[in-house]
Design a protein around this ligand. Structure first.
Ligand code: MN
Length: 214
């Protein structure tokens, strides 16, 4: 997956998943992956296209739309966020994931959170304590430092309606549709399992790209 951030909204395509629905078993089950990708993400994508069709919003680069989301209808905020968040999320997961980040990202994590374990706890807390539906994030702020946050619904750190803004490098979907079939009400178990499927090589790349773009 290559994130389509500079693509005009009307030219966005629904991304390939890049692995099979069962690839992340046992941490994320195949049925959840199939429904999440083919129905939930697909619906956000289609609803975004329907919401912008024939308007000036269709002619805007996707990242610009997200960064100025307060100007646009709530359907664009929800479905535009839904499309971006899921495209990012799929790209962060791998059957060969888990372990730890390395290099500049690890250095930045240790600088901000003292250790990878302390960062992991902070991010997990953000995911577990987000009330209702939403996302937990690790982002690069405009001064180059890292921050952990959570957002409601399909908002994300790019959006000008969000308190803690930055460039997302890691995101975790904590909507019930992301975990309920396997984990039911046990969101903390799903959050723990997430660490086994994170593709840190991809997160490191997003971090390096974010720092370069400042
Ligand atoms: Mn989702």
């Amino acid at each position: 997956i290559t994130l389509q951030m500079s693509t005009l909204v009307k030219d966005l395509s629904f991304p390939e998943l890049g692995y099979t629905y069962s690839a992340l078993e046992p941490h994320i089950d195949a049925m959840t992956m199939e429904i999440h990708y083919t129905r939930h993400h697909k619906a956000y994508f289609d609803n975004l296209q329907n919401a912008v069709k024939g308007t000036e919003m269709a002619e805007v680069p996707f990242l610009e739309l997200l960064r100025n989301i307060s100007r646009y209808p709530v359907a664009v905020r929800n479905n535009g966020g839904g499309h971006y968040n899921h495209e990012l999320f799929w790209s962060l997961l791998s059957a060969n994931g888990g372990g730890m980040p390395q290099g500049a990202l690890l250095d930045a994590i240790v600088k901000k959170y003292n250790s990878f374990e302390e960062f992991k706890e902070k991010f997990s807390d953000a995911a577990k304590t987000r009330f209702g539906s939403g996302w937990a994030w690790l982002m690069v702020k405009s001064d180059g430092s890292l921050a952990v946050s959570s957002t409601p619904n399909q908002d994300n750190p790019y959006m000008d309606v969000t308190e803690c803004r930055g460039i997302p490098v890691l995101g975790l979907d904590v909507w019930e549709h992301a975990y309920y079939l396997k984990y039911q009400n046990k969101r903390p178990d799903y959050v723990s399992a997430f660490w086994n499927v994170i593709n840190w090589r991809q997160v490191e790349k997003y971090y390096d790209d974010a720092i370069k773009s400042l």
